[in-house]
Write a protein that binds this ligand. Structure first.
Ligand SMILES: N[C@@H](CCC(=O)N[C@@H](CSO)C(=O)NCC(=O)O)C(=O)O
Length: 215
């Protein structure tokens, strides 16, 4: 029987983008279903009763929750094309460290720029520092894992589509503050798996302005 793969997500979610990019990298056919987080479907609530969040990957009826876990699951389940995680245990641990750093630091800080009034300035400074830490980890490598696009790149790249939001609310230019990271993001966007999934920055910005009643 052919695999049934369903992905519940939201087009603007940097977490959902991770799973979509991984599926595209592996050339896995999947049924994409857009969720409305202000009116969650019963299917989402059934498939992710603990967190009630997207993305949720449902493979032959079995839900896999949490985007980084989904990326690893996809890598293990469809091992043929484009390995996403290193096979060497130490390199694997190193990749997971940086994906964990991204999960612990980036969204929680970036969100404060646009979602919490009065925190824009402080949070913007902190986000730039976080991105500079990632720039030094990247160094002169093409991708975080070296020559091949992989797990840490997938963990981070979705946030690039939100740079417009962070710049607007933080009154800054992340592209100028973090030129190496910007060059890396544009390199990732040359991959079809990324260009097919990442929304235009302007579309995300318009979406947030509408959600916040600013236009
Ligand atoms: N650690 C998780 C985060 C998912 C998440 O925050 N999803 C958000 C939308 S994206 O910001 C979500 O589903 N929010 C709905 C809610 O909080 O009720 C992951 O990596 O999958």
């Amino acid at each position: 029987m052919a695999d049934e793969v369903i992905l519940l997500s939201v087009w603007a979610s940097m977490f959902g983008m991770r799973t979509r990019i991984a599926l595209e990298e592996k050339k896995v056919k999947y049924d994409y279903r857009e969720e409305d987080l202000w009116n969650k479907s019963s299917f989402l609530l059934e498939m992710n009763p603990v967190h009630k969040k997207i993305p949720v990957l449902i493979h032959n009826g079995k839900p896999v929750c949490e985007s980084l876990i989904q990326v690893e699951y996809i890598d293990e389940t469809w091992p043929g094309e484009n390995p996403l995680l290193p096979s060497d245990p130490y390199q694997r641990a190193h990749a997971k460290f940086w994906a964990d750093f991204i999960d612990k630091k980036v969204n929680v800080t970036a969100r404060r720029i646009w979602a919490i009034k009065g925190e824009e300035k402080e949070a913007s400074k902190e986000l730039i520092e976080i991105f500079k830490t990632l720039e030094s980890e990247l160094g002169d490598k093409h991708y975080f894992g070296g020559e091949t696009f992989g797990y840490v790149d997938i963990a981070l790249i979705g946030f690039y589509s939100w740079f417009g939001v962070y710049n607007k609310f933080g009154n800054m230019s992340l592209e100028s503050e973090c030129p190496e990271l910007t060059r890396w993001a544009k390199r990732c966007l040359q991959r079809e798996s990324v260009s097919k999934v990442l929304p235009e920055s302007e579309k995300v910005t318009k979406f947030i302005f509408q959600r916040l009643g600013l236009e």
